[in-house]
Write a protein that binds this ligand. Structure first.
Ligand code: HEC
Ligand code: HEC
Length: 399
């Protein structure tokens, strides 16, 4: 049994080269807050998981068959970017949760995905730029991950450089600033070897994939399942729209006043939902309800004059007050965001037509102060407090 494991691991990851790379690393610092590993006990297959983690991989939490609101209808679900070979399973997403929270996925055991993508903050960060494993900051704001499944195009990162959620998932691990497994630190193979030596991973991979081989692709699949499970459908807007959703109407009831929102919030909602010729200013043309994920054909929003890069936006669900917004985290309040769209959109090759007049100039809605305040009030109704505290996304490690 044991030699079969070892053969499989070497076959799948090139363990010899990985070991050489691992030997070049500085000795790992003492893990913080985690009990020392016991000697592996092959006779009791679940012991290592229980030692390290507050999960039962054979009785996982529910990720695959959650009940979504009725307005997550068949048409909407067609915008789900899940590939056919990576449907969410409860066990797969549970492994993804462990990977997402494991600081050992960084070279010096200090940074996990969750360090920058904090559930309490919409899976984003309160700081403009996040520090990686050596204390150095990057130059982009950590993106919120809620409703990531519904960006139909599936491309990831602000500049859309990753082709899919899966392809993105191991890039932070290999990033020189973020988690540090770049070529100089042995690359992904050094991590795969390290994970084989962590007692819980061979058991978890076996439970999910049927054998204990730890590969980059399996890490990608599990992380992507976990991330696509982060669905935000319980904001105050959702609770109200659940009552006015009407599959028989052309706009499915999105233009109707939403019960439970104040008059001011509903004014802001009308501005957001309506097109420029329809009493609104067209936000929903790009940030599409009910997921508020970006339309796949959206170009840039004109933050800087002459911009040539096409940026995407995360879903607007679960943006928290004070959270830096936009690719460089330049705004920290909805007031600043609304003031930008109201008067500050700049022209450039990447500016989307939806933000231009017929003459090709940037659109200037020139909203009154009252309307600006209403739009801000509406954006706040998209916050989803249940997602922040959902234990399925919390830290699975024993403290
Ligand atoms: C040091 C902070 C940091 C760590 C650690 C980190 N991220 Fe990120 N994440 C970011 C930043 C910053 C961006 C935006 C980068 C860019 O676009 O250039 C980002 C973007 C993303 C995106 C793109 C979202 C979208 O809508 O396009 C995903 C998905 C993601 N991260 C997942 C992960 C996963 C999975 C891990 C762990 C394996 C991880 N991140 C680790 C900071 C971090
Ligand atoms: C042409 C499509 C388009 C329209 C119309 C549009 N946006 Fe955006 N929005 C974007 C893009 C693209 C980004 C990301 C820009 C970047 O960071 O470079 C973005 C970013 C945002 C963000 C920050 C998201 C984050 O996680 O940091 C907010 C908030 C926002 N938009 C609100 C609005 C509001 C309110 C309106 C209506 C006044 C609006 N948008 C209209 C395309 C659009």
């Amino acid at each position: 049994m044991k030699s079969w494991f070892v053969r499989l691991m070497i076959a799948s990851t090139g363990a010899v080269a990985g070991h050489a790379a691992l030997a070049a690393l500085p000795p790992p610092p003492k893990p913080i807050g985690i009990k020392p590993a016991p000697a592996p006990a092959p006779a009791a297959p679940l012991s290592a998981i229980a030692q390290y983690l507050n999960i039962d991989i054979n009785a996982p939490a529910r990720y695959a068959s959650v009940t979504l609101p009725a307005y997550y209808d068949a048409q909407l679900l067609r915008s789900d970017n899940t590939p056919p070979n990576n449907r969410i399973t409860d066990k797969g997403a549970t492994l993804g949760r462990v990977l997402f929270w494991d600081k050992r996925l960084s070279v010096n055991d200090t940074v996990a995905c969750a360090t920058c993508h904090q559930p309490a903050n919409g899976f984003s960060a309160t700081t403009q730029f996040s520090k990686g494993y050596s204390g150095v900051s990057g130059t982009a704001h950590a993106m919120g991950l809620a409703n990531i499944a519904f960006y139909r195009d599936g491309r990831m990162f602000w500049d859309r450089r990753a082709a899919s959620v899966e392809a993105q998932a191991t890039q932070p691990i290999q990033n020189t600033i973020e988690m540090g497994y770049d070529a100089s630190n042995g690359g992904i193979n050094a991590l795969l070897v390290k994970m084989q030596g962590l007692p819980y991973y061979p058991e978890l991979f076996k439970a999910v994939y049927g054998d204990a081989a730890i590969t980059e692709q399996r890490i990608q699949l599990a992380l992507a399942q976990f991330e696509r499970s982060m669905i935000s459908a319980n904001s105050r807007w959702d609770q109200g729209y659940a009552k006015t959703y009407n599959a028989g109407l052309a706009d499915k009831g999105l233009s109707l006043d939403v019960p439970g929102l104040t008059a001011q919030e509903n004014t802001g909602r009308r501005l957001f939902m309506g097109g420029p010729n329809n009493g609104g200013i067209g936000c929903a043309g790009c940030h599409q309800p009910p997921t508020f994920a970006l339309s796949p054909n959206s170009l840039s929003n004109g933050l800087d004059a002459g911009e040539t890069r096409v940026f995407k936006s995360p879903s607007l669900k679960s943006l928290s007050p004070g959270q830096p917004m936009m690719h460089d985290g330049r705004f920290t309040t909805f007031e600043q965001v609304v003031s930008f769209y109201n008067l500050g959109v700049k022209n450039g090759p990447a500016l989307d037509n939806r933000l231009k007049t017929q003459r090709g100039d940037p659109r200037v809605p020139n909203l009154s102060r009252t309307d600006q305040a209403a739009l801000v009030a509406f954006l706040k109704t998209l916050d989803d407090p249940t997602l922040r505290i959902d234990t399925r996304f919390g830290n699975p490690f024993k403290q």
